[in-house]
Ligand binder design. Structure first.
Ligand code: CFM
Ligand code: HCA
Length: 539
């Protein structure tokens, strides 16, 4: 029988900080928050990791190339850098795509890279990058190409934007570049911002073709990990809602180019894509609302929110019909797993939204989240949108304050304007509103920003959760401590976990994991009964 939580949250925090030198402890103290504390509801986030600490974070290139542009199937994404950067961002994220037919372009199975060598570092790599663009064009004739800078490119000063401009002119297709050198920000988050700015600048608004459909939305911040977007598409279609674009799960270049023709932007992972939502609102007058399809209840709530926004009785009724049709299967699976999962505990340390969103699923299963945190979330992701005013900052090149809605940019006249949305909000309908992670967690939970290897091990040792959720770097050290570990980035080959069907998959998977007997076999027989060691005789 595992030892259950005995220490208070305060005592656990003290234990985590004990080992650090005073200066490090002072900084980490501000990044570890116990919910419900009277004195403050603030957490320090989005700051540089202390050198020497083994962080869970990734780099700016990963956030730009891997996360935002990675799931686009018909853009040739060329990594300008040593081969490792391209290789490790080559589908490890399990972002799926479905081209309508075998003849439709899908470049995702390829890893395009300039494979920089010593001589390129010494003499400059621009020529090699041009060559790579020409070669890729020759082979694939894509409609667009994107170039991504890695650390050495910034250090030696190769001008990726100049190469992109030259190639755009020469090849007559859209070619754009990203100054997303890995070292640029404190995490992946800077890469999201850079990616958002460049897609908005170079692609959104390029094609005015308007899709048929009464209720046209974009789904922002959904990346089709493990097929999540397929389930979301199924549900939206069933409700009669038309998806103009997704940023960027199962997406195409044309989707981005026509995104400005939608009536409404729905934002799922706010952390990674809020910049595009804000810029589309400012330039095209398209309002955005916050939604979440992780969790069956959250899915139902999000569908209702979309229907309320459009305000048509037909849609409102249809959404209710769909929810009524989908929920019984969800309830049936929940009834089956609940007796096994009820009262169990979880820890979630993931990126910038899942550590919050997946708590919904655990709540539905009667499981409590003891501790959670983001790798690179900002304060608004923790504290809730209203704590901190909208930050309209510039990353790389674009200042969104310069944008404004003009009759030309607002030519698709969204079904409801931003002003109307604000009026509805004033009437009490909350569209933009979302709680951050901290206000929604039970009092006395431990929220930790930018968790590190040492703290992860310590947390597990002290609190022995029934399941720990994080990524591949954490997986095996946690399992070695005899605690089941679920990857919430890649889903460990599983999924989808979004929407109604996804919730069912998740319930079953977690029930399987928390009831597994295998973890009690973690200790070798002679570790538990030393006298046994004498009886093992090697022939
Ligand atoms: Fe958004 Fe994501 Fe996440 Fe993210 Fe990521 Fe991801 Fe993630 Mo990994 S966009 S913030 S940068 S929900 S890749 S699909 S799983 S860390 S919590
Ligand atoms: C990234 C991608 C990642 C990594 C996941 C992990 C993903 O940040 O570069 O650490 O297991 O989801 O694939 O977040």
């Amino acid at each position: 029988e595992k030892k259950k939580k005995v220490l208070s949250a305060e005592a656990v925090k003290e234990e985590l900080l004990k080992k650090y030198p005073p200066k490090v402890a002072r900084k980490r103290d501000k990044q570890i928050h116990i919910t419900g504390e009277e004195d403050s509801s603030e957490i320090m986030a989005n700051v540089r990791t202390i050198p020497g600490i083994i962080t869970m974070r990734g780099c700016t290139y990963a956030g730009c190339k891997g996360v935002i542009l990675g799931p686009t199937r018909d853009i040739v994404n060329i990594t300008h850098g040593p081969i490792g950067c391209g290789f490790y961002s080559w589908l490890t994220r399990r972002n799926q795509t479905k081209a309508p037919s075998a003849t439709d372009e899908n470049f995702m199975p390829y890893a395009f890279s300039t494979d920089m060598q010593d001589e390129d570092i010494i003499f400059g790599g621009e020529k090699k990058l041009e060559q790579a663009c020409l070669e890729a064009y020759e082979l694939f004739k894509p409609k667009a190409m994107a170039i991504f800078a890695t650390c050495p490119v910034g250090l030696i000063g190769d001008d990726v934007h100049a190469v992109a401009r030259k190639m755009k002119e020469k090849l007559g297709i859209n070619v754009f570049a990203f100054s997303c050198e890995g070292y640029k920000g404190v995490s992946q988050s800077a890469g999201h911002h850079i990616a958002n700015n460049q897609i908005f600048t170079h692609v959104v608004g390029e094609n005015d073709t308007v899709k048929m459909g009464e209720y046209k939305i974009n789904v922002l911040g959904e990346y089709n990990i493990g097929g999540d977007a397929f389930e979301i598409e199924r549900i939206l279609e069933k409700c009669g809602i038309t998806m103009v674009s997704t940023f960027s799960g199962n997406s195409t270049y044309e989707q981005f180019a026509t995104a400005h023709t939608a009536d409404l932007n729905t934002v799922m992972c706010h952390r990674s894509i809020n910049y595009v939502a804000e810029m589309m609102e400012t330039k095209y007058g398209i309002p955005w609302i916050k939604i979440n399809f992780i969790g069956a209840e959250a899915t139902a709530k999000s569908l209702r929110k979309i229907a309320q926004y459009f305000g048509d009785k037909k849609l409102i009724d249809r959404v209710e019909e769909v929810i009524a049709e989908e929920m019984p299967q969800v309830q049936a699976v929940l009834d089956e797993v609940f007796p096994f999962t009820k009262g169990k505990t979880a820890m979630l340390f993931v990126g910038g939204s899942r550590a919050h969103h997946y708590q919904e699923l655990f709540n539905e299963m009667g499981m409590r989240t003891l501790s959670a945190g983001y790798e690179f979330g900002h304060r608004d992701d923790y504290e809730g949108r209203h704590v901190i005013p909208d930050i309209k900052v510039d990353a790389d090149s674009r200042n969104i304050e310069e944008l404004e809605v003009t009759p030309d940019t607002a030519r698709f006249s969204p079904r409801k304007s931003v002003e109307q949305l604000m009026r509805l909000e004033a009437e009490g309908l909350k569209f933009k509103d979302y709680e951050g992670m901290m206000p929604e967690m039970d009092k006395g939970s431990i929220v930790i920003d930018d968790l590190n290897q040492y703290e992860a091990d310590k947390l597990v040792e002290l609190m022995k959760p029934d399941i720990f959720c994080a990524g591949i770097k954490e997986k095996f050290s946690i399992q070695k401590m005899g605690v089941p570990m679920k990857q919430l980035h890649s889903y460990d080959y599983g999924g989808p976990y979004a929407g109604f069907k996804g919730a069912c998959n998740f319930y079953k998977e977690i029930k399987r994991m928390v009831t597994s007997k295998v973890w009690s076999g973690m200790k070798a027989p002679w570790e538990e009964n030393p006298e046994l060691s004498a009886t093992y005789v090697w022939e």
